[in-house]
Design a protein around this ligand. Structure first.
Ligand code: HEM
Length: 367
């Protein structure tokens, strides 16, 4: 079996379809990684594993996180690192809480409030996408505007150690941010938004605060990057953009803003005649699956009319993303702003290491 080396190219790629095209041409859809475990690239393989009850959450390693115990605690109490019955209980409570929110109406109201009437050279990511992601999440959870900004800063600070290239010289800053995230989540709970009240009712106040804190990274960072990267694609494919779900899905498929997440096998799995032992880390390369030519014809071409195959930017199965409806709704609202106001999105549209989505070149929006 081939050893996974695709991440070793420091200069990156112009697009995700370029990143994985050699792997797909050679038929290397499952590879072993130099760090132990398997890299899963193929769409069909990702789908099969994502839905297999034995491909569950992966708890963080206490040894690897010895220098950041607060971040370790935050991760270990998050839903995505859990497995088995503990995961099912938390996930069911989170789904019930999400069902208490009128997502499209809330998103429409918040986006209408925060999008400025005019924009001249506004930073696309920090000035346009981030306020939308941050304020929608704040409204759902019950943070006030000040707490939402503090949460965004805390997520940024935790990113120093929660990245593919962690910087442990910033461990103290990241630790303080993890503590701040938990404090903010406790305060938000006390405001009793429909989501928070339902969650606290389901799992109790302490666990609810932990679950909310554990979602901060996805809700703020992944969403901001996903919205900004999608708008960058919208600017490049303006003639095909509509403020609709298929269009939002195609933007998010091509951007795949969470390129990889981890699962861990809890039992024996047989996949493509490969025996996977219990305790095997799985590097789930959703970004690769979204560009597998066996699943998506001409994967590098923006085509909102694709039908049939469900893209994997939010994962799939028992750990699938719980924020997908929020992200899709916000993106549709921002695409409507982009079209209605005939916005220009400008800046560096050249290549970037798209596997490090946070490194997206600076762009601006004007209307
Ligand atoms: C563009 C933005 C986002 C992307 C690309 C994204 C992507 C993902 C992916 C790939 C997974 C792993 C799925 C799997 O293993 O099958 C995941 C899990 C998760 N996401 Fe998101 N996400 C985004 C935004 C959000 C938001 C806004 C929230 C807030 C509610 C959220 C909450 C979660 C949670 C709680 C999980 C873990 C679910 C579980 O383990 O049961 N995500 N996300």
């Amino acid at each position: 079996m081939k050893t996974f080396t695709t991440f070793d190219r420091p200069a990156g790629w112009v697009s995700l379809s370029h990143a994985f095209q050699d792997d797909f041409a050679a038929g290397d859809r499952v590879q072993q990684t130099p760090w132990g475990g398997l890299a899963i690239l193929g769409y069909a393989e990702l789908l099969a594993l994502a839905r297999d009850p034995h491909a569950d959450g992966m708890a963080p390693s206490v040894e690897a996180m010895a220098e950041t115990p607060q971040i370790f605690e935050l991760l270990v109490r998050s839903v995505f690192t859990k497995s088995g019955a503990a995961h099912r209980v938390d996930r069911a409570a989170l789904i019930a809480a999400m069902n208490a929110v009128e997502i499209p109406a809330l998103v429409r109201r918040v986006v209408a409030e925060i999008v400025p009437a005019r924009a001249e050279g506004l930073a696309l990511k920090s000035g346009f996408a981030a306020p939308a992601a941050r304020n929608v999440w704040a409204e759902i959870i019950g943070y006030d505007a000040d707490a939402a900004l503090r949460l965004e800063q805390a997520v940024h600070d935790m990113g120093h150690v929660l990245s593919p290239a962690p910087d442990l010289s910033k461990a103290a800053v990241a630790e303080a941010a993890a503590a701040e995230t938990r404090t903010l989540s406790r305060e938000a709970l006390s405001r009793g938004s429909p989501f928070s009240a339902a969650l606290a009712g389901g799992v109790g106040e302490e666990a609810a605060a932990d679950l909310i804190a554990g979602m901060a990274f996805d809700a703020i960072e992944a969403s901001t990057i996903g919205l900004a990267a999608s708008l960058r694609l919208a600017a490049q494919n303006r003639s095909r953009i509509t403020p609709t779900l298929p269009c939002a899905n195609e933007c998010l498929r091509m951007a795949s803003p969470a390129p990889m997440t981890m699962r861990l096998t809890t039992g024996h799995i047989r996949l493509d005649e490969i025996d996977i032992e219990p305790g095997t880390p799985l590097f789930m390369l959703w970004a690769a699956g979204n560009h597998d030519p066996l699943a998506f014809a001409e994967p590098g071409v923006f085509n909102p009319d694709r039908a049939g195959t469900r893209p994997l930017m939010f994962g799939m199965g028992q750990h699938a993303c719980l924020g997908h409806a929020i992200v899709r709704a916000v993106l549709q609202e921002l695409l409507a702003v982009f079209l209605d106001r005939e916005a220009r999105i400008e800046g560096d549209t050249g290549g970037w290491n798209i596997l490090l989505p946070g490194d997206m070149p600076a762009m601006t929006i004007s209307y």
